[in-house]
Design a protein around this ligand. Structure first.
Ligand SMILES: *[C@@H]1O[C@H](CO)[C@@H](O)[C@H](O)[C@H]1NC(C)=O
Ligand SMILES: [Cu+2]
Length: 256
């Protein structure tokens, strides 16, 4: 027999599991001052009453996800019905950005992937479908299986932070960083993977001369049947194919 208290505790932990996803609450550039990211609840606040920040605002008040059946909609760019952030993170090419998630559940293992999209003019007036994304870094499976150890575990161990470096040769300009976790705990089922894209505006002040190349609209990044999207986390495996395009060669180019 289970006591009422035990049942209540189990029920509470299930609710926790279902609701405790996350969002990027803030960013530090080279470990410096805190730059606020976004709180999804700001989306509905009357104009002018929410903080102006670099983080894009979207309909993810549940800290929820974009499902594979929506990978061909512009919601996959910067989350559901996203609107551009009002300001920028000021940084230089080669800088390291520390992305702070507000929380993340241990169960939500999967890849962490970073993309950049150049803005035609100001990112603050960009729309999700106007952006073309180039992958600049990715990490995923580390060891073990069923479910094994993943970069999301490292992120949790590091106070819910993950680092991304702006390519050192990138030319100055306005860019949208698309930082994404794909949770795989249910990805063995069709439409079970969960994409958590977070966009932030970055103004790159000084840098090199390389433009991003090979960018694609977010609607071309993934399909529901990609090997890294339809993937059994709870089984034996010895590799994981990270979904999306290859990491850009801009990483290897010299600063000029
Ligand atoms: C962890 O991150 C939070 C911000 O999300 C910060 O307030 C806190 O000081 C950090 N803790 C440590 C030990 O760095
Ligand atoms: Cu979840």
């Amino acid at each position: 027999m289970y006591s009422i208290a035990t049942i209540a505790a189990v029920a509470a932990s299930l609710v926790q599991l279902a609701s405790a996803h996350g969002h990027v609450a803030g960013v530090k550039v080279n470990g410096g001052a805190w730059v606020q990211g976004c709180d999804p609840n700001w989306y509905y606040q009357p104009a002018g009453t929410a903080p102006n920040t670099p983080g894009w605002k979207a309909l993810n008040q549940d800290n929820g996800f974009v499902e594979p059946s929506a990978f061909k909609s512009s919601d996959i760019a910067c989350h559901k019905s996203a609107k551009a952030g009002e300001t920028y993170i000021n940084a230089n090419a080669g800088d390291k950005l520390t992305m702070y998630w507000n929380t993340w559940p241990d169960s939500h293992k999967g890849p962490i992937i970073n993309y950049l999209a150049p803005c035609a003019g100001e990112c603050t007036s960009a729309t999700p479908s106007s952006l073309s994304f180039t992958k600049i870094s990715q990490a995923a499976w580390i060891s073990g299986s069923n479910p094994g150890t993943w970069v999301t575990d490292t992120m949790i161990a590091n106070n819910f932070t993950s680092e991304v470096q702006i390519p050192a040769s990138l030319k100055p300009g306005n860019y949208v960083l698309r930082h994404e976790i794909i949770a795989l705990h249910a990805a063995g089922n069709p439409n079970g993977a969960q994409a958590y894209p977070q966009c932030l505006n970055i103004k790159v002040g000084s840098g090199g001369s390389s433009a991003l190349s090979g960018g694609v609209p977010a609607t071309s990044l993934y399909t529901p049947t990609d090997k890294g999207i339809l993937f059994s986390l709870y089984g034996a495996f010895s590799s994981y194919p990270i979904p999306g395009p290859a990491v850009s060669g801009i990483r290897r180019r010299q600063t000029s």
